[in-house]
Design a protein around this ligand. Sequence first.
Ligand code: THU
Length: 133
Amino acid sequence: MITIAKQKELVAAAMNVRGEAWAPYSQFRVGAALLTADGEIITGVNMESSSYGLSVCAERNTIACAVAKGKREFTAMAVVSRGGVTPCGACRQVIYDLCGNIDIVLADETGAIKDTTTTQELLPFAFGDKDLG
Ligand code: THU
């Protein structure tokens, strides 16, 4: 697991961006911050659509931003939300595929860290590249 100092830095970055979340339907705002292997922090938020199923979680938006910046290796992600929820199943799969077994820090709306975990813990027995032959 990354150091407590890094966890706090990532959570602060996710807290800072969370206010930009576009969540007019659920009012559930989520901010995420992804630490790249070369030490950059990339942030993102959830973005909803009037066609509700088209909404995209903060975790996946953040990974897409990182990929667009040419980043391919990651160390950790922080997710800030009301209560400090865990990523949804779809995001767990995308985190596994794009980030591998990273550290994941879950914080509530005050920035308090509720849990620290890993991709492996959130998605054991994952389907992935290895299964595609
Ligand atoms: N959401 C996230 O962005 N990340 C999560 O970990 C859980 C859910 C978003 C999707 C939707 O915009 C809103 O929160 C309510 O589900």
